[in-house]
Ligand binder design. Structure first.
Ligand code: NAD
Length: 392
């Protein structure tokens, strides 16, 4: 019932028209930005408890990007909101023709837990900048952060226009029964389908920020040390719980041992000999995910890491060697600190392998050969969302 009232209040607040006023939008965004500096400690403490994020990582990966996003919106708001002239055609020759950006109404933002501030507040910034009301639903999985959001967001931004509602699956499903004008969801694809189905009942447009298995191709013709340092950084940051983390490596068997040795070296340099005691190394979010990740490993060979402790959700940075394409770890997005290596005979097989999978979010390529880069860019059928390549 409370959920219903929050949505109804947000709509009523939207109908007052105050969220449309440009100065009001800017005021709200500036006030939101203040939250990140004034409540930095509470934000960092909660992230430490949820994911063992260090204070530096909390700022670097969560709030700094949001401050940048707010600055961008504040700087450009007037031009974004201004009507844009449109070229006339025969049918509009006698008219004044322009496109006028309008808020859509009440937006629902459903966040995930891995970068809980970044993925929940970024869409909120867009919603505020565009003049909408927004109902904010943080992920219940990051228990402490959800509490901080519930406590502090209403103290900094208009609590009627931008209410925070907390809860798990039941509450989210209750929310989804109500009508919104846009739904912005970040999370896994299975729930993405539930969101889309619920939205379809009201013909509500959706933005789905999902996950996937992002491949990483290491060509034998590249600086393997640099490649492995970069892959180790991308994979083990936030304990592998990053939507665009390299999910698996494809390389020729002739360089597999070298790749393993270089990743091992990078892990030691980044997280010391014992990552469990290193303040920069995170934890798996909870025991359900710990068990899920550990179950993915048991039919493959561990080459690096593998140490774990369920009681504090610790899994060491891990590399698996000679992984079979039908191994458990290759059947779903790993979303944890486990990096399988699959050997291929060369580029042709790598491209074929990647094209057999679902669309990932990113592709990482390490090569100094322009032809390899070009072929990976042009022959991959799967990359419709974004392509990220690392060349040098
Ligand atoms: P999660 O478990 O926190 O779920 C996300 C949200 O969906 C939560 O708010 C939760 O309450 C809600 N939810 C969960 N089950 C539901 C159900 N049955 N019905 C209705 N709502 C439900 O997060 P998660 O899904 O574990 O997040 C990790 C996934 O998110 C990974 O796949 C990752 O790649 C992806 N992700 C993508 C991006 C991106 O920008 N593309 C960013 C971060 C995470």
């Amino acid at each position: 019932m409370e959920l219903y009232h929050s949505v109804a209040r947000a709509r009523k607040a939207f109908e007052t028209g105050r969220s449309k006023c440009l100065d009001y939008r800017i005021m709200q965004l500036e006030s939101l930005k203040r939250l990140f500096t004034e409540r930095q400690k509470e934000i960092a403490d909660a992230l430490k408890k949820d994911l063992n994020k260090s204070e530096v990582a909390s700022q670097l990966y969560e709030t700094m990007g949001l401050e940048g996003e707010i600055n961008l919106a504040v700087k450009n708001l007037k031009s974004w909101a201004a009507p844009r002239p449109v070229e006339k055609n025969l049918l509009t020759l006698m008219d004044t023709v322009y496109i006028r950006p309008e808020p859509v109404g009440v937006v629902l933002v459903i966040g995930a837990w891995n970068y809980p501030w970044a993925v929940t507040i970024q869409p909120l910034i867009g919603a505020i900048a565009a003049g909408n009301a927004a109902v904010i639903k943080p992920s219940e999985v990051c228990v402490h952060t959800a509490k901080v959001m519930e406590e502090f967001l209403p103290a900094y931004i208009d609590k009627e226009l931008y209410p925070v509602v907390t809860g798990g699956v039941t509450e989210t499903q209750e929310l989804l029964r109500q009508r919104f004008d846009h739904i912005f969801y970040t999370g896994n694809s299975m729930v993405g389908k539930i969101i889309m189905e619920a939205a379809a009942k009201h013909l509500t447009p959706v933005t789905l920020e999902l996950g996937g298995k992002s491949p990483c191709y290491i060509d034998k013709n590249c600086d393997i040390t640099i490649a492995c340092r970069r892959v180790a950084w991308g994979k083990y940051t936030n304990c592998g719980q990053t939507c665009i983390a390299p999910d698996y490596i494809l390389c020729e068997s002739s360089i597999q041992d070298r790749v393993i040795a270089e990743i091992k070296k990078a892990v030691k340099e980044f997280y010391t000999e014992n990552p469990q005691t290193c303040t920069d190394y995170g934890r798996v979010i909870n025991q359900r995910h710990f068990k899920r990740i550990m179950a993915l490993i048991d039919d493959s060979t561990v080459a690096v890491g593998g140490q774990n402790e369920e009681a504090n959700c610790y899994i060491a940075p891990t590399v698996l060697r000679d992984v079979k394409p039908d191994a458990k770890v290759m059947q779903e997005e790993i979303f944890g600190p486990v990096l399988p290596i699959i050997t291929v005979s060369g580029l042709n097989e790598a491209i074929k392998f990647i094209n057999k999978g679902e669309k990932p979010l990113a592709l990482y390529v390490f090569t100094s050969d322009d032809k390899v880069r070009w072929r990976l860019l042009t022959e991959n059928l799967t990359f419709q969302l974004s392509i990220q390549t690392n060349f040098y």
